[in-house]
Design a protein around this ligand. Structure first.
Ligand SMILES: Cc1cc2nc3c(=O)[nH]c(=O)nc-3n(C[C@H](O)[C@H](O)[C@H](O)COP(=O)(O)OP(=O)(O)OC[C@H]3O[C@@H](n4cnc5c(N)ncnc54)[C@H](O)[C@@H]3O)c2cc1C
Length: 493
């Protein structure tokens, strides 16, 4: 197969993903020959160090994994009672065997670091395919049920060509076909031709490529990565969403996406202290001390080096001594995170299938976009879930509501799409990431200019205190970015 053919294949799979509305959630198959795989730590270091890793999300787990394998004495301190952080598969309060994703929704076959672990652990991948029944749209007041291959009349003031292209064709025309090929090489982000993309918002980028305002609206309403197009760095979009996630086929893990962090944590054995909330990190002449709330009291742990992997805004809740440099503090304050709220409605069965509707929906309604979860092999008689995902400023508003009130509101909205929902509804669950004290938001979401201004400061070590986490990676907002950042910090240490 020559490179042209490979390109065409990967472009096809890209379109498949954007049709799934999964734009920014994964990538890598886009320019397969250009994928950049960062090296792992290979050999045992000569002098073992005592290292504390703060946070057992994917960044912390990958740092701990590398350092433990290299022969260091590692301890992980984690505030929650589970590993995985923002990779969070939720099983309760749902019916037995039913689960859904509160956080990261999909991996991508372009995630080289994730795949290394997934393959080594023998975890089963389930490719995400386009549904073979209708996708529902509710856009500009019009409900559309689009069956595979059916032509849709998009209710937007589009040019004739844009009308023909539809959402995935628009992304193909204005983004995929126009980005420099080096987007498959994330470490090139601070060089031309990539770096200038940081000056542009996604919206400006689209306009520059000739997209009409209506086309931008349609992309915004149907593509996850375009939730706040005027406030998204064109560079982050290009490298993380287009270059990585959309570069290959997305997949989920059987039994939930948390199978990866859980298995990593299990194999790290007993080096993770759960229910341990870090409050302060102090770099002294003879090492670093970390003060924590644990078991109802205050404790202090000591190490030669510390790697801090807590989410961007959580860094502001930890007291660092000496104080963090002003450039790092400004980066932590100024780089935005995106608000994401998911509302899950369990129903007695996937009743929507009876109308030959897939349950997948893209809307400009308050309910956002909808994903169905059907885990049972006998769905006709078993409960299922419809999940609403709202991203952007309205997600923060939803989180201020009482949870039950929110469930009722979302159910009322879903009725516009699935009129029989009241007869089938059993229970609801809400996950608001901005209200979660150990996340304080969804993933980091640099605005135009933020990557060039702040990324290096976010990565920068502060004496013996090192930093990792998705927000320190150009591959922001991805599990892969988190894993690679952990390896980078482990190498520094
Ligand atoms: C709603 C949503 C959807 C997403 N969708 C996708 C997707 O489809 N695909 C994809 O690749 N990525 C997705 N992401 C992004 C992905 O989940 C993250 O990039 C990645 O999981 C971040 O890992 P991390 O280790 O950097 O941070 P985290 O996973 O947040 O880990 C940080 C850890 O630090 C702990 N911690 C916090 N404060 C303290 C403290 N004071 N003391 C001790 N421990 C503390 C936290 O509990 C947490 O376990 C999504 C994220 C969200 C929120």
């Amino acid at each position: 197969m020559d490179n042209n053919e490979k390109d065409q294949i990967s472009r096809k799979s890209f379109v498949k993903q954007i049709s799934l509305g999964m734009g920014a959630l994964g990538t890598g198959v886009f320019f397969p020959n250009m994928l950049f795989a960062q090296d792992f730590l290979e050999s045992e270091s000569t002098k073992s160090k005592r290292i504390i890793v703060i946070g057992a999300g994917l960044a912390g787990l990958s740092a701990a994994w590398e350092l433990k394998n290299a022969g260091h004495d590692v301890m992980v301190l984690e505030a929650r009672n589970r590993p995985g952080g923002r990779v969070s598969t939720i099983r309760e309060p749902f019916a037995e065997g039913l689960y859904a994703e509160e956080g990261a929704a999909a991996y991508s076959n372009s995630y080289t670091h994730a795949l290394k672990f997934i393959d080594e652990f023998g975890l089963e991948k389930i490719p995400l395919a386009m549904p073979d029944s209708a996708i529902t749209y509710h856009l500009n007041g019009k409900k559309i049920e689009a069956r595979p291959g059916e032509k849709v009349n998009w209710p937007y003031d589009l040019s004739q060509e844009e009308q023909e292209l539809g959402p995935s064709g628009l992304v193909q025309k204005y983004i995929v076909n126009t980005l420099p090929k080096v987007i498959g090489q994330p470490d090139m982000w601070d060089k031309e031709p990539l770096v200038h993309l940081d000056k542009l918002s996604l919206e400006k980028y689209l306009r520059k490529q000739g997209a009409s305002q209506a086309a931008i609206e349609l992309i915004k309403d149907t593509q996850w990565f375009a939730a706040v197009p005027g406030k998204s760095s064109g560079l982050s979009m290009a490298v993380s969403d287009a270059g990585l996630f959309m570069g290959s086929t997305p997949f989920i893990l059987k039994n939930g996406n948390d199978s990866l962090p859980r298995e990593m944590a299990r194999r790290l054995e007993n080096i993770i202290n759960y229910d341990t909330i870090v409050r302060g990190v102090r770099d002294m002449e003879d090492g670093v001390s970390v003060s924590v709330n644990e078991g109802g009291g205050i404790k202090t742990y000591k190490a030669d080096k510390v790697i801090v992997t807590v989410p961007l805004k959580v860094l502001e809740t930890i007291q660092f001594e000496p104080d963090l440099p002003s450039a790092k503090k400004k980066a932590i304050k100024d780089v935005p995170v995106i608000h994401i709220t998911r509302t899950f409605l369990q129903t007695d069965r996937p009743f929507w299938l009876e109308n030959e509707v897939s349950g997948m929906a893209f809307t400009d309604l308050a309910v956002g976009n909808i994903t169905p979860y059907i885990n049972s092999s006998t769905p006709a008689t078993n409960p299922a879930i419809l999940e609403s995902m709202v991203a952007g400023p309205s997600a923060a508003e939803i989180e201020k509501r009482d949870r039950q009130e929110n469930v009722q509101k979302m159910k009322a909205e879903m009725k516009k799409l699935y009129p029989e929902i009241d007869e089938h509804f059993m229970k609801g669950h809400v996950k608001g990431w901005s209200q979660d004290p150990y996340a304080l938001g969804g993933p980091s979401w640099p605005a135009p200019g933020d990557v060039t201004k702040h990324l290096k400061s976010l990565q920068q070590a502060h004496g013996n205190i090192h930093f990792a986490g998705e927000h320190t990676s150009i591959l922001r907002s991805t599990m892969e970015g988190a894993l690679r950042s952990g390896v980078r910090a482990a190498k520094e240490v």
